[in-house]
Design a protein around this ligand. Sequence first.
Ligand SMILES: Cc1cc2nc3c(=O)[nH]c(=O)nc-3n(C[C@H](O)[C@H](O)[C@H](O)COP(=O)(O)O)c2cc1C
Length: 219
Amino acid sequence: MSANSLKNRRLVLAGLLAVPVGLALTDAPARAAGPGTAPPTASEAGQSGGNAALNCLMTRRSVRSFTDAPVSGELVRRVLAAGMQAPSAGNERPWQFVVVTDKARLANLAQVHAYVHFAAKAPLGIVVCADLSKARLKGYWPLDMSNCTMNILLAAHALGLGAVWTGIYPEEERISKVAEICATPEGIVPFALVVLGHPAQSPSPQDRFEAARVHDNKW
Ligand SMILES: Cc1cc2nc3c(=O)[nH]c(=O)nc-3n(C[C@H](O)[C@H](O)[C@H](O)COP(=O)(O)O)c2cc1C
């Protein structure tokens, strides 16, 4: 494990940020182990994992520099599973994924626009695509796709990987370039390219809470 990822883990474990949200999450009461003990409800499981989940989302930053180490198939599967777990309007789940590990194809993706050049040196890219045949509720699929992409970023961070969302949708030119590189069929819209790998940098968490953005009952 690199010094950086070790540092990251320590920070997360130590609770690093005095999480600046007004939520007082309490751990679910411990259950006595023993025969007949019911498993925790989804609500309890959510609460007991609450601090870890909050630490994950409060410490996630975009990572654009990676070691040469490949990302295991199991890690890719877990990251994709998190993406597929995202909420979507009408539970349509209108996503498909192109997992890119081929160096030549990553180099092509790195040229799609000026802000994705680092993909050429990354071990992995996930092209998060919308499948319009599954998106029947008009206007909602970009929201669904954003949720999916965000889940992928958070899962990558939780698993000790680094990741960054690079923008494709709604830029027409980027969409058609990525569609060509990845040979996506008609009706499949490349939405985002998540570039990821084992992190070679560790950007510091930022506290972005702004009380002035919060309006009490009315503006
Ligand atoms: C829709 C979207 C498009 C983005 N496109 C790019 C991109 O093309 N290249 C890049 O390096 N970062 C991109 N980012 C990452 C943002 O620059 C980054 O999230 C923002 O600066 C906040 O930093 P943080 O992710 O470290 O918290 C994008 C983020 C979003 C949500």
